[in-house]
Design a protein around this ligand. Structure first.
Ligand code: B16
Ligand code: MG
Length: 216
């Protein structure tokens, strides 16, 4: 194990603004079910797996569905989401991220991906970023979703860095809790009223740069 720091990036809401597309697709599912679903409700779905997101929407509307009905909705949601992101390109990489990756490479600070999304590799491919990460851990690798730290622990093993030497960059409450639970340093991207459990909070990714990382 090395002693300096390594970085674990969340994907949706940190590297790329797919959170807005997840919201559009879930809002349609909720509307079809007759469940009120606001942008504030959507915070609870960030970083949360696809199935758990649906369960939360059903809970919000006190709805009960069969497994078959749930499977149909999950399929419909993902198809809609994939159609929304089909035209995505490098221009949707969030501000500061490309420069930060370049700077991390120059400083030989390793980084991995720790995302709940089963579409992570497809998205990284579209963005031309897939070969840059030392490890990619996504929703297809884990049995337990955030706030369980499994996704980040696998990423720290791939990086061969002790969890205490990993810095997690996350936009979700569940992801911040996952990182904190194993002593990783958490940087929250978003609203400080929502992400108050994070060790550091930045309003958006444009404030994220090598100097900030080095000061940690
Ligand atoms: P998918 P992250 C998460 O990705 C999203 O924040 C969350 O909204 C989504 O439900 C989850 O991925 C599953 O995504 O349906 O593509 O498998 O933020 O952990 O990168
Ligand atoms: Mg996220």
């Amino acid at each position: 194990m090395k002693t300096n720091k390594a970085i674990i990036f969340d994907l949706d809401g940190v590297i790329v603004d797919t959170a807005k597309y997840h919201f559009i697709a879930w809002k349609k599912i909720a509307a079809d079910l007759g469940v009120k679903f606001t942008i504030e409700d959507n915070e609870q779905l960030k970083g949360v797996s696809r199935i758990q997101s649906l369960e939360k929407i059903l809970e919000m509307g006190s709805k009960k569905l069969s497994q078959e009905e749930k499977d149909q909705l999950l399929k419909a949601k993902n198809e809609h989401y994939l159609s929304l992101i089909s035209n995505m390109d490098e221009s949707e990489i969030l501000p500061g991220i490309s420069k930060l990756l370049d700077d991390l490479d120059a400083e030989k600070i390793p980084y991995a991906l720790g995302s709940a999304s089963k579409n992570a590799k497809r998205i990284l491919n579209t963005l031309g970023l897939i070969h840059r990460f030392k490890g990619i851990v996504d929703g297809t690798h884990v049995t337990k979703a955030k706030p369980d730290p499994e996704v980040f622990l696998i990423a720290s093993e791939m990086l061969q860095y002790h969890p205490l030497n990993c810095i997690v960059i996350e936009d979700s409450v569940a992801g911040i809790q996952a990182a904190n639970s194993v002593g990783m340093t958490s940087i929250g991207i978003g609203d400080k009223k929502v992400l108050f459990e994070a060790d550091f909070i930045l309003e958006n990714t444009s404030f994220l740069d090598l100097n900030f990382i080095k000061k940690i």
